[in-house]
Each structure stands twice: as structure tokens, then as C-alpha cells.
Design a protein around this ligand. Structure first.
Ligand SMILES: [Zn+2]
Ligand SMILES: [Zn+2]
Length: 224
């Protein structure tokens, strides 16, 4: 139909990510890949070059529904390939709140999954350092069923689309910036784990430009 228009994404008026995805306040052009339902952007507090967030265009509390959708994996696969060909193997993780304004969501209420190029196993480190969280093996497309409405942490050191195997911990208490602190400690940036104090804008804006160029090059190649 000629006058068909895609529905506007569902936005939450007070959400920083919703505003950003609508093109407002994106001060350093952080979004580097745009899909119909999802976008990839660099994290503003990136400790590691290439640190990317996958974000649904519709406001949601966590990513557990997205993990069961093929269009998410199509998008995530393209984003992961771009990050990996630019920066090396990615780790996937999420701290999924069960409701908005939880501490677990690292101050961002909008659902997002982290893809971070890491040279160590964050999954092994999390299990080793925080055994009281009772980690269980979990395929990513089973996160929703296994979390069962609880807040959760999920981490997988090998990205393998919807077949990704990782570790899940259901949380009894909200945990702030859990993975970020582990990454900072492991990479010797322990003093700068708090992204509110150390936004590391140069790392982030440099990564966004590189990833955007790489994603564009891949698109041209597959079109040729
Ligand atoms: Zn939002
Ligand atoms: Zn986060």
C-alpha cells in the first residue's frame, strides 16, 4: 500500500535511550547500525574500544523477549560480526531488571544487551568471583523462561546467535554495574569503573566511527 507507514516505536517520555533513538541528545553520534526493530550503539562509558549496546527501538525492561525473536538474532549477528572483524571476539552480557528504575539496569531503564570484545572469559570470571550467585548453564533463548520474572545476570563468552550458551544468575538483590566492575578490575581500570565519573568519551566516539565504517563496508561487499 502506498500510504503505509511503519508504526512509531513505543517511547517512554522520561527514558534517555528512547530520546537518543529518536535522534535527540546523541551528542557524539553513538548509533552505528540501524535496523527496523533494533539499533547498535557504542556505550558512552566504554572502558574497552568497540563496546556496543544492542537496543530495541520499542521501550522494554529487559531483553528476554528479544532473545526469542529471529529478527533480533539477524540484527545481533550482523552487529557481532562487525564488532568481531574490527576488535576481536565478543562477549555477550546483560543485567536484566524485572521492573524499571532497578539498580541492576546500571541507571538505564531501557533494555539493552552488551557486546564487548574481551580477551578473557568474563563468564568464567563471574562464576569464579561470585559463586554465591548460583550460576547455571543457560542457552540465551531460554533466559526468559529460566529467569521467570526475576532480575537476572546473563553472560556468554562465545557469541553463537540464538544458540549462544552462557551462564544465568537470578538475583535476589539488585546489583549495580556487576559486569562493568569485573571488566574494569580484570583490565586494570579498577579506578574508572564508574561511568558517571569517567565517561571515556574519546574511546566511545572513536569506536562509533570505526564500527560505522566497517558496517558500511560489509554492506557494500554483500551488495556487490
Ligand atoms: Zn526507552
Ligand atoms: Zn547495561
Amino acid at each position: 500500500m502506498s500510504n503505509y507507514r511503519a508504526p512509531e516505536p513505543r517511547h517512554e517520555p522520561t527514558c534517555r535511550f528512547c530520546a537518543l533513538l529518536a535522534g535527540k541528545n546523541d551528542t557524539f553520534d553513538s548509533v552505528w547500525l540501524r535496523g527496523e526493530h533494533f539499533q547498535a550503539m557504542v556505550s558512552i562509558g566504554a572502558l574497552i574500544p568497540g563496546w556496543t549496546l544492542l537496543v530495541p527501538r520499542d521501550h522494554a525492561t529487559n531483553m528476554s523477549d528479544a532473545y526469542e525473536r529471529s529478527e533480533f538474532w539477524e540484527f545481533a549477528g550482523a552487529a557481532a560480526e562487525t564488532v568481531e572483524s574490527t576488535y576481536g571476539q565478543v562477549t555477550l552480557f546483560e543485567h536484566g531488571p524485572s521492573h524499571s528504575a532497578s539498580l541492576t539496569g546500571c541507571g538505564v531503564d531501557h533494555a539493552h544487551t552488551h557486546l564487548v570484545p574481551l580477551r578473557f572469559s568474563l563468564e568464567a570470571l563471574a562464576r569464579l568471583e561470585e559463586p554465591e550467585l548460583r550460576w547455571e548453564d543457560c542457552r540465551v533463548d531460554e533466559v526468559r523462561a529460566r529467569a521467570n520474572g526475576c532480575e537476572y545476570l546473563y553472560v556468554a563468552s562465545d557469541f553463537n546467535g540464538s544458540s549462544t550458551q552462557g551462564s544465568l544468575a537470578r538475583l535476589e538483590q539488585p546489583t549495580s554495574q556487576f559486569f562493568r566492575k569485573l571488566i574494569a578490575r580484570q583490565t586494570g581500570l579498577a579506578a574508572s569503573w564508574d561511568y558517571k565519573l569517567f565517561p571515556m568519551l574519546e574511546v566511545s566516539s572513536g569506536s562509533a566511527a570505526r564500527l560505522r565504517a566497517q558496517a558500511g563496508a560489509t554492506e557494500l561487499e554483500s551488495a556487490a
